[in-house]
Ligand binder design. Structure first.
Ligand code: ADE
Length: 230
């Protein structure tokens, strides 16, 4: 069983439309849609925005459905001049950029007393997503790099530069690392698939609503074919 998490209704609505044999279970203000997507057994859910919602959602997928992998799909702000609006970023790894225990000698982003700085995405899931993306979104560039997550919509050039320089982040969003963190604790593989909706700088709040729908279209197209080929 594959768990598919999007933070917002807009990010999962089109995926849910394509599902068959659907049953719905509600828990913690989240609706879990279990069914068939492209011949694959999946549970699709809107987690809500931010790290706590995302981590809770992942744990419910593990406890209630015993998912053997989790995909996080959605949109993100680009941290790299090469990565344009509409392009796709597949996570190599991910971390929580707002985790800060520097006062105790930890590197910024390091969760104290955990044995890893970042959470590594599954390489097989990533390779399949890359192949499928080139097939279904040939006009879109696919990048593989670090996704940095925090409870913050980044719309400030200075913050963007800090995230890029400190972490070598490719894109920023608000859930991926929390999903990865929960997946890591449960020892299941994960992948973050994000389409770029804005540049995470001073233009972000204007670009975001303009390009949100197009970016979602790219990630949904990719995910549907991904399930067919999985
Ligand atoms: N999701 C989409 N764009 C984002 C941004 N700039 N910051 C955080 N999350 C985002």
């Amino acid at each position: 069983m594959l768990g598919i998490i999007g933070a917002m209704d807009e990010e999962v609505a089109k995926i849910k439309e394509q599902m068959e044999d659907v049953t719905v279970m509600s828990k913690a203000d989240m609706d879990f849609y279990k069914g068939n997507l492209g011949g694959k057994s999946v549970v699709v859910v809107r987690s809500g925005i931010g790290k706590v919602n995302a981590a809770m959602c992942t744990q419910i997928l593990v406890d209630a459905y015993q998912v053997d992998a989790v995909i996080n799909t959605g949109i993100a702000g680009s941290l790299n001049a090469q990565i344009d609006i509409g392009d796709i970023v597949l996570s190599t790894d991910t971390l929580e950029h707002d985790m800060d225990a520097v006062a105790f000698g930890y590197e910024v982003g390091q969760i104290p007393r955990m044995d890893t700085l970042s959470f590594e995405a599954d390489t097989e899931l990533r390779a399949l997503a890359k192949k499928v993306c080139k097939e279904v979104n040939p006009e879109v560039a696919v990048f593989e790099g670090r996704v940095v997550s925090g409870d913050q919509f980044v719309s400030d050039k200075k913050k963007k530069e800090w995230l890029a320089e400190t972490f070598d982040g490719y894109c920023t969003e608000m859930e991926g690392a929390a999903i990865a963190h929960a997946a890591y604790l449960n020892r299941i593989p994960f992948l973050i698939i994000r389409a770029i909706s804005d540049k995470a700088d001073d233009s972000a709040s204007v670009d975001y609503p303009t390009f949100e729908a197009k970016a979602i279209e790219h990630s949904v197209k990719l995910l549907l074919e991904f399930c067919k080929q999985m």
